[in-house]
Design a protein around this ligand. Structure first.
Ligand code: NAD
Length: 483
């Protein structure tokens, strides 16, 4: 490393910067005067070197002893969990979620590695009787080869972990490109992985822009599978590239997740679930509840209390333990949020509270959580993913109207309902077309050992996480044998 400048990890070593690379500065969104790290940016040429290294390492890693894979993954998970405080502070500093939430994210990353350490040892083949006498049939799971992994900025360590761990577990080699807004957590993860006992080339990380490095990675003929999480727009581009060259592809994209509050809801539960799901992590979660659909009986009291609770949220530095909601990730996203707030007002919604930029010493990207009432289903704030602390509330007459409103979206990631009625809870679980359904729980916040993913514009390809990750990260082979 040159003058504290960090770099990509390729073929078993951190790349020595040449000195002529573009420098990426990772700035703290709570106080952009604080430079978290500086990075030498990778380019398309280094992407090629990384993919070649992964491709060379692939046959031996595919044939590796599962105990070796289990031990490596377990070591990575253990170190992440041991260093949770330090990694959480780094994550909070570069992304802006509060330390309490960052700790949860780091734990999730560590536990994902530990889960896949065990998964490496689980049996995966099947035997069948043949319809032909004297013939036996077996199916086995084989690694896909080189996997390109592209992640967004809002979960800087958990999303990389839940993609990298299963990829390595099932014998694939990895070329990973994190989002440029959050390279420091990715670098810390790569550094931990670099000491875990993996052969050179099995894991590579490229810090660089999506339009050059990400694009080169997606198009590389030796990348056999692509696992992407990010915006729908980028996802669509990647899908087109992948299908054109027949690479396997898995996309996790946007959301506009509904939370229904019924007349029979426990009011305190409904308020907690709404506040947490909508505003925590500054609303920057693909599973955030950005549409609240409330039946008319509970509406007046619920909304009055919701305004009170929203006003009481403390917005501030992510590292300050008194903060409930950290900054927006950067100036560009803050402008997007403010544009939507202006659009909501122009379309006639009532801004009940918040929505103002907060000016603080240090120039952080702070925004008061915004709560819109009198929202109509055709308004942009209600239909489009904003990805910020902006919540739209729609009033409906009854459960049937609420369900129809919840379903009226091009997305389908997560959907929630707050009710004390078993009948409505069961009906909603059966009839919501979201990939994940929550009853009396926030739409955001999921376990690490079960499938994650959505439908329609939110997800494409096999589910992530848990044992279901096997579907994407392995190929099935059917073998016949005559005795
Ligand atoms: P983004 O699409 O801008 O970027 C995601 C990643 O793709 C980044 O690493 C970026 O560098 C890379 N990229 C950009 N252009 C590329 C290209 N042409 N080729 C290859 N790679 C390219 O998304 P973002 O702003 O980082 O993340 C926010 C989005 O992510 C939101 O829409 C959110 O809903 C979504 N998200 C979804 C999930 C989920 O699991 N469904 C989870 C978290 C975030």
């Amino acid at each position: 490393m040159n003058d504290g400048i960090k770099s990509s990890f390729v073929n078993g070593a951190f790349v020595e910067p040449r000195g002529d690379e573009q420098i990426l500065e990772n700035l703290n969104p709570s106080d952009p005067r604080d430079v978290v790290d500086r990075f030498a940016r990778a380019d398309a040429q280094l992407t090629d070197v990384a993919v070649e290294a992964a491709s060379t390492a692939a046959p031996a890693w595919a044939a590796s002893n599962p105990q070796l894979r289990a031990d490596v993954l377990d070591r990575i998970g253990s170190e992440i969990l041991q260093r949770r405080e330090e990694l959480a502070r780094l994550l909070a500093r570069e992304e802006g979620k509060v330390v309490r939430e960052a700790l949860g994210e780091v734990d999730r990353a560590g536990r994902s590695f530990k889960f896949y350490a065990q998964e490496a040892l689980r049996a995966s083949g099947e035997k069948y009787d043949s319809v032909r006498p004297g013939v036996s049939i077996e199916t086995s799971r084989q690694p896909v080869g080189v996997v390109g992994i592209i992640s967004p900025w809002n979960f800087p360590i958990a999303i990389p972990a839940w993609k990298i761990a299963p990829a390595l577990c099932f014998g694939n080699c990895v070329v990973f490109k994190p989002a440029e807004l959050v390279p420091s957590s990715a670098w810390a993860l790569a550094e931990i992985i670099s000491r875990s006992g993996l052969p050179a080339g099995v894991f590579n990380m490229l810090i660089g822009p999506g339009r050059s490095v990400g694009d080169a990675l997606m198009r590389h003929p030796k990348v056999q599978a692509i696992s992407f999480t990010g915006s729908e727009q980028t996802g669509r581009q990647i899908a087109a590239i992948a299908v054109e060259r027949m690479a396997r592809v898995q996309l996790e994209m946007g959301g506009k997740n509904p939370l229904i509050v019924l007349d029979d809801a426990d009011l305190e539960v409904a308020l907690d679930v709404a506040i947490q799901g909508s505003f925590f992590s500054t609303g920057q979660r693909c599973t955030a509840s950005s549409r609240l659909i409330v039946t008319e009986g509970i509406y007046p009291e619920f909304v009055a209390r919701l305004v009170e609770r929203t006003r009481a949220l403390r917005v501030g530095d992510a590292l300050d333990p008194a903060t409930d909601i950290g900054p927006v990730v950067d100036e560009k996203q803050l402008e997007v949020d403010l544009d939507y707030i202006r659009a909501g007002l122009a379309e006639g919604a009532i801004l009940a509270c918040g929505g103002e930029r907060l000016v603080r010493e240090g120039g952080g990207h702070y925004l008061e959580p915004a709560l819109f009432l009198d929202v109509k289903p055709e308004m942009r704030i209600y239909r489009e993913e904003i990805f910020g602390p902006v919540l739209s509330v729609l009033k409906v007459r009854n459960y049937e109207e609420a369900l129809a409103a919840a379903e009226d979206t091009p997305f389908g990631l997560s959907a929630g309902i707050v009710t004390t009625s078993l009948k409505y809870a069961e009906h909603f679980k059966r009839n919501s077309s979201a990939g994940m359904v929550m009853v009396n729980l926030p739409t955001a916040g999921v376990d690490y050992h079960v499938p994650f993913g959505g439908n329609r514009g939110s997800s494409y390809g096999p589910r992530e996480q848990g044992t279901h990750a096997r579907e994407f990260f392995t190929k099935v082979k059917t073998s016949y044998q005559s005795s």
